[in-house]
Design a protein around this ligand. Structure first.
Ligand SMILES: Cc1cc2nc3c(=O)[nH]c(=O)nc-3n(C[C@H](O)[C@H](O)[C@H](O)COP(=O)(O)O)c2cc1C
Length: 221
């Protein structure tokens, strides 16, 4: 899954640059990364929901993020991802960045964004963020998001959790991140996998302050 160029979108459009401190949050791009945890369908659904909400998305896919997309879904490359989320919206709203390019715009705090979500987020990437290593664009963009005090949502998936995982979760939470495990509830009595996926994605959108109608909110019973 190769981006076509550092400052161009996956389909060759020059990305919008209008991010400034004055921009309303809803007009700022959301940085979104797929990493190598199980849960690629959550990521695809989230990307589609963000694009359907007319949000610009700066997209990064780690090597193992792509591996998990291939393993768990019919998406094998960027063309497949584009098809899965809707080609029209992808072309006009998504910008793909190379995970190896730590000089790309998401690597700088001067590029204003609405925040970042990593969905799914591996324990490896969680550990790197907790340690502040910044050895890939995903890690660096997350580090920048924290230092700029912007929302960072980590949709983790691993079970069971070791003391190292738990300590890393505590560490990033103390630094300002939201650890949002891919753990759907069952109180809405889901019948289909899509409902379980939507349950988690709805929580993520809530934390990114993106309006949605993915699932009914609990009204008490
Ligand atoms: C089929 C498969 C499933 C995996 N599932 C998980 C998982 O659920 N959670 C996790 O933390 N790592 C999982 N891994 C391991 C990560 O992919 C691996 O640690 C990788 O180095 C993460 O790299 P990244 O965070 O840069 O994408 C899985 C690997 C494979 C091949």
């Amino acid at each position: 899954m190769k981006p076509e160029g550092r400052r161009r979108t996956a389909v060759g459009r020059r990305p919008r640059t209008g991010s400034s401190l004055q921009s309303p949050v809803s007009s700022l791009p959301v940085v979104m990364a797929f990493t190598g945890a199980s849960g690629a369908p959550y990521g695809i659904r989230l990307l589609r929901a963000l694009l359907e909400s007319d949000r610009d998305v700066w997209l990064i896919v780690s090597e193992h993020g792509l591996r998990l997309l291939r393993t768990e879904t019919d998406v094998h490359d960027v063309a497949g991802l584009r098809r899965a989320v809707g080609p029209g919206r992808f072309d006009s709203r998504a910008t793909l960045f190379d995970d190896g390019d730590r000089g790309a715009r998401p690597a700088s705090g001067s590029a204003i964004t609405a925040g970042m979500v990593i969905c799914p987020c591996s324990m490896g990437t969680l550990a790197s963020i907790a340690a502040g290593t910044s050895r890939s664009l995903v890690e660096r963009a997350a580090d920048v998001t924290l230092k700029e005090r912007r929302p960072l949502v980590l949709v983790t998936r691993e079970t069971p959790l070791s003391a190292i995982h738990l300590e890393n979760m505590l560490r990033v939470t103390r630094a300002g991140a939201v650890v949002l495990p891919a753990a759907p509830g069952f109180y809405h009595r889901p019948k289909r996998i899509e409902q379980l996926v939507d349950f988690v994605v709805a929580r993520v959108l809530d934390h990114l302050r993106v309006e949605h109608t993915l699932e009914k909110r609990w009204g008490g019973r």
